[in-house]
Each structure stands twice: as structure tokens, then as C-alpha cells.
Design a protein around this ligand. Sequence first.
Ligand SMILES: [Zn+2]
Ligand SMILES: [Zn+2]
Length: 452
Amino acid sequence: MRLTDLNSGREIGANCMLAEFGGVRLVVDCGLHPKLDGRKALPRLDKIQGGVDGIILTHCHLDHLGSLPLLVRQHPGARVYASAATTLFVRRLLSNSIQVMKRQREETGNADYPLYVEQDVERVEHALAAVPLANPRVIGRGGEEVALTFHLAGHAAGAVGVLVEHRKRKHFFTGDVHFQAQRTVAGAAFPRTPVDTLVMECTRGATPTLPHVTRKKEEDRLINAINRVADRGGDVLLPAFAFGRMQEILLLLQDAADAGELVDVPIYCSGLGMDLCDYLDAASKKTKQVKFSRQVLRDLGVQPLSRRYVQPGKNLPAQGIYLLSSGMLVEKTPAWRIAANILDDEENAVFFVGYCDPETPGGELIGMAPGGEFKFKSLDHVSTLRAEVERFHLSGHADRDELVDFARDLAPKDIVLTHGDPPARAWMKETLAKLMPATRVHDPEPGVPLEL
Ligand SMILES: [Zn+2]
Ligand SMILES: [Zn+2]
């Protein structure tokens, strides 16, 4: 296999890899960098010289999906292989991405936006091919063949890892992976048999595994914290990705409410997250890859967030739990906008429930001492941090030790690290090199092909 990382840097960024097997050329994911603007957020699609025989979409987070319309526009004959659940989400998420980009163009004047239009999204929709799980799909060109086999990856609804077999050699791509079960998805069901190459995410490589912290304990701690804040009259902001994470948290709140353990205050959600509840509900009915019922919205009495925002610095008119996107408090998202009504009051709280990049506003807030100044630049407002800010370890990514165990089970000749910031890659590389001396560990230079 000849593998080229098309991400623009050694970070999580815009996930995209070109994998060549003899004459057969595959692209794995085609994301958009969450922290860069305009065309700078794209992966290096210019490095793909010649045709593409197939595109694998591991899951629907924008750092894997967000640039796909441009790749499909460049390679109109290529099919996009994904799990059955994923094929149901693609169009809704990409259409939302167009709306966000149009707004960005109005607000920032960046003429790159929108990077694609609805017609491009339609083209992606037509190119989609649902691949059944654990069932090889053969792709060929000029007598050369590769077989793709999908396995559920936990992480988020529809997420898969992929085994690519070519001339008796096996290459496994984890995509984003979580081995433990969540409410909307089971834990990863990856084969643990030897492969030649393992391409592995390492999001949490710089996060030590805390043996005493379990998911159940963290869930209880979150519910208790929500109740405590509500009892003192405060509002709780839960920033969460609209796709997957928000539905996870809704089911957690539902379980607590059913057990009589959740305070009775209104719950507000942003529009996309509520809308995606319908899509996860449909995927749950049509495939066995997701577990979710939109009935949870009715049972919890979830209300849509009003689009008429309150003046920054003032408290919100209704006390409640605000479960809003984005998970990293990205500027101008509903969660970021509502944070301007939360941070100044010591009764309120912001509870983070997923991965937060240190360079995003969410990461900045997590690192901020009480009394610090949080700037809402485009609102012309500065908050003095008085609200409680806390992190709960409910990540959708595998612990680094689980990844190391998985790598050891697969005993590959080569490991290629991906989807991690430099400290995460460094820890993973050092640890794997020590524990697996017979394995070569690569932290690939973006844009430079690796012969494996
Ligand atoms: Zn993901
Ligand atoms: Zn990702």
C-alpha cells in the first residue's frame, strides 16, 4: 500500500488519506478543518493526481465528511462507500454545512464560501453506496482487486473501521473509534486478528487513562452537578456536537428522569440537534447500527431554543438546561451565543461532555481561571468568568491504553498514526515503539507518500 496523508498538518484537522493498492486508488474520508477558514480548511485534494476508484466515508463528523462534495465533484465516477446508517445522515449534515458557510460569507466577507452548493451535495447523495457490515465489497481496476470490509467503530452513529485486503495483505483503518458501549451505539466490533498495516486514530494519546474514572461514575457526577446548579437557581449550558453527542446526552437525561433523579427544569436544544433526532430515529428503525427513538424529545419536553437572543451579559429569561451545539463552543454557534448569558453569573454552569480542542473557545474556557475575561468578539462583549466550568469524561474516543491494547492484538508490521495533535502522536509513537519493537510506527509527513 502507498499511503498519503492529505490532511494539511499533523493534527486532527481535515481527515483525508489517499491509499493506493497497485492500480486501485481509494480515498479514506474527506473532512473540513474545524479551526481554519475558507479553502485553507480543505485537505490537499490537489495531491490526488489521476482518477479515484472509490471513496470510503468512515462517519459523518465534519472533520471526515465536510469536503466530500468537492472530491466527488472532481471524481464524478467514484462511489462513496459507507455504512447504511451513515448514508442516511450525509445529505442533512452537508446541507447544514452549506447554510453555515453562507452565513460565514455574509459575516466575514470570505469569498471562498460556500465551498460547495446543493447540487454538489446531490452528487454525493447519488454516489453513496451502503456497504453491509462484515461483508467484503470488492473494487477492481484493470484486473487488480481490493476487498473492503466494514466493522462498527462505536464512536458515533454509523461509524465504521475498514479492513482493506489486497494481494493477501491486510490493512486496517480504525477511523474514529470508541471501544465502550454508549447509549446510541454499541462499542467497536473490530476484528482482533493480525494485519500488515494498522492506520490508527490517536485523539486521546496525550490524555492519561484514569482507572478510577468510569463512564457510569462520570454520568452520575454530571447528573448530580446539573441538579446542584438547577437547585441554586442557575442555568446549565451543555455544549455538544449536534450529531451523535446531543442524542447521547438526551438519552442520559431521559434515564436520569426515569429514575426520578433529574431536576424538573425545562430543557432547550438547538434546531439541528433536534432535527437530527429524526434522522437517528430513522436509522435506528432501518438499520441495527443505531439505538435511538425521537420519543425522548417528547418525554423530556425538550423545547427549541428561541432565535431571539438575550443581550450578552444578561441572564436568560427562563431557567433551564441548554443542550446546544457546538461541543467546542465554536464562535457564533448557539452554545457560544448562549455562553454570553451564562458566564458572568456565579449561579450558572458550563459543563463540557466531549472532546474539546485546546485552541477552540471551549478549550480556552476550560483553561481559564475564575475572574478571567472571555471575549465574545463579534458580540462586542467581554464576560468575566464567574460561572462554574467543569469537564466530564464522556468522550466518544478510545482511551490511549485501549488503543495500545488493540494495536498489540493486531501485531501489524506498520502502524500509521492519524487524527491526533502532536503531543498525542508523540506519546503513542514512543509507547508503541517501546512495547512493539518489531513494528514500525509512522507519524506521516502530510502530503508525502509512505510505502508500506
Ligand atoms: Zn468523529
Ligand atoms: Zn474525527
